[in-house]
Design a protein around this ligand. Structure first.
Ligand code: GRF
Length: 212
């Protein structure tokens, strides 16, 4: 029986994309670090079990992480998916779930890890931006990459318009990555991820486009 724990802190749109994707998972539990996370309502509406581990009620990261791990371990999940989970996790937490802890980050990693990636992309003037699903290591927003999607940066983009374009793609690639994991199609090879029998996409994205 496949089991997934989704960790959220806010809006929960990536969580919703995972819930909507009809993944081959029998048991899904959503845990929020924030009692006011919008995603909690979305999960409840879909009759998904929710739990709150409020980070503000723990004196330090170690005790929060221990409480979180204790809740997670009750469900023996195959995979833990961070979906807008706004806490930095300790090394011991990350090591405990090595190879079964995934994250989505709204940039083409390793570019723009951390906060405000869309702002950084605009400041740097990159023409192509995007999002990444990766396995989590103790380095924040770094780790073996499963799938990425690229979008153009348009001349009149603001942080909001760019974020919205990237988010649409996040909602496509995260369910795909989790599906591959649950189907046993992801394998680690020298700290990289191999996807068994992926669809190869040979499209080239130019941004701005080429002109004759
Ligand atoms: C997403 O952009 C995700 O990539 C990042 O935080 C944001 C969370 O959005 N880690 P949501 O809560 O999934 O709507």
């Amino acid at each position: 029986m496949n089991s997934l724990v989704i960790l959220i802190s806010g809006r929960g749109s990536n969580m919703e994309a995972l819930l909507e994707a009809a993944l081959p998972i029998e048991n899904i539990i959503v845990i929020s670090s924030n009692p006011n996370a919008g995603g909690l309502e979305i999960a409840k509406t879909r009759r998904i079990k929710t739990l709150i581990v409020d980070h503000r009620t723990y004196p330090d990261r170690a005790s929060f992480d221990a409480a979180l791990a204790e809740r997670i371990d009750r469900y023996q999940p195959d995979l833990i998916a961070l979906a807008g989970f706004m806490r930095v996790l300790s090394d011991s937490f990350v090591n405990r779930y090595q190879g079964r802890l995934m994250n989505i980050h709204p940039s083409l990693l390793p570019a723009f890890p951390g906060l405000n990636p869309h702002k950084s992309a605009l400041q740097e003037g990159v023409r192509i931006h995007g999002c990444t699903v990766h396995f989590v290591t103790s380095q924040v927003d770094h780790g073996p990459i499963v799938i990425q999607a690229a979008v153009p940066v348009l001349p009149d983009d603001t942080e909001e318009t760019l974020a919205a374009r990237v988010l649409q793609q996040e909602h496509r690639i995260y369910p795909q990555a989790v599906r591959w994991f649950m189907e046993g199609r992801l394998k680690f090879s020298f700290n990289r991820v191999e996807v068994s029998k992926p669809t190869i996409c040979k499209t080239i994205l130019f941004s701005p486009g080429l002109q004759k």
